[in-house]
Design a binder for this molecule. Structure first.
Ligand code: CP
Length: 326
């Protein structure tokens, strides 16, 4: 699937794991997006399954709740004919005190090839990657990164706008606690977008400008002439104390309403990684309105995750072949 595009050399993906978009080159991000575009039409075929990962075992290891990411990875892996195990932390021996590493080593001893992990601790997936032979995919590690969300967001932007380079993308809301914001920032800046972050001072990390973004505390200025607004949920579950006076005040200052859309470009795309808190960060009308591509993001997530599983599966197969040859 990584065949040459018109008159161009094939894109290469050299990673054994997907831990964050910080660690991917522009070419590797392009490679995932290219493969996702090739795979997307298979989602509408009568027979949706491909034999790519036949005989391989993919484990969903989620220590935090998820609707979209876990289900999307399960569908993507099944489309590629992998055996999929959904590990349920609540009924596992984690409740008896088993460590993360011992849990993961046990899963690998049971035969995993690819482990997809979500964990509240930033860097937890790096720990697995440095101790296991399975390919590790980060499905969200605390406030650090959520690389497949960043990739599916970029895929959706390119699908709808035809490009990423030169787009003005505003990430609006709780930037401080958002792994989606960080993965978007790493990916979009590598692909040449103009990235802005906008939200209350208390929800914007200090020094974020060093990642190549512009910072706005005023919504009207932050979304002015934006091509894309990616709206984030307030992550109250990650806050030790109140970081703004009230939900009502937050909604008044930063809630995206139909009226406020007039500051952005007329064809602005409205994105949200979900889950949505309707009536807080986004109004009902904007969430379901003509500019919203929120459901397309979810659909595209399957194609993007199929591409990631395919590329990591291929890299792992090559590594095993090389080790056998040595
Ligand atoms: N966007 C996202 O990560 O959603 P879930 O928490 O439902 O997986």
């Amino acid at each position: 699937m990584t065949e040459a595009r018109k008159d161009e050399k094939p894109l290469e993906f050299r990673q054994e794991h997907l831990l964050g978009l910080e660690y991917l080159s522009r070419e590797e991000i392009e490679c995932v997006l290219h493969n996702a575009a090739a795979l997307k039409p298979t989602l509408d075929q009568k027979i949706k399954k491909m034999p790519t990962l036949l005989g391989k075992t993919v484990v969903n290891l989620f220590f935090e709740n998820s609707t979209r990411t876990r289900t999307s990875f399960e569908i993507a892996a099944k489309r590629l004919s992998a055996d999929v195990i959904n590990f349920t932390v609540g009924t596992s021996s984690v409740a008896k005190g088993e460590s993360l590493l011992d849990t993961a080593r046990t899963i690998e001893a049971l035969g995993s090839d690819i482990i997809i992990m979500r964990h509240s601790c930033p860097g937890a997936c790096h720990l697995l990657a440095s101790h296991l032979r399975s390919a590790i995919i980060n499905a969200g590690d605390g406030c650090h990164e959520h690389p497949t969300q960043g990739l599916l967001d970029m895929f959706t932007m390119r699908e709808r706008k035809g490009r990423i380079e030169g787009l003005t993308v505003t990430i609006l809301g709780d930037i401080l606690h958002s792994r989606v914001a960080r993965s978007n920032i790493w990916g979009l800046t590598k692909l040449g977008a103009n990235v802005r972050v906008c939200g209350p001072r208390t929800l914007i990390p200090r020094g974020i400008e060093e990642l190549g973004v512009e910072v706005f505390y005023d919504l009207e200025q932050g979304i002015r002439d934006a091509d894309v607004i990616n709206i984030l949920r307030i992550q109250r579950e990650r806050m030790d104390s109140n970081m703004f006076p009230s939900i009502r005040e937050y909604r008044l200052l930063y809630g995206l309403t139909h009226d406020r859309l007039r500051f952005a470009k007329p064809d602005v795309l409205i994105m949200h990684p979900g889950p949505i808190n309707r009536g807080i960060e986004i109004s009902q009308g904007v969430a379901d309105g003509e500019h919203s591509v929120i459901n397309q993001q979810v659909t595209n997530g399957v194609a993007v995750r199929m591409a990631v599983l395919y590329l990591l599966g291929q890299a792992r197969a090559q590594k095993i072949e090389m080790e056998k040859a040595e």
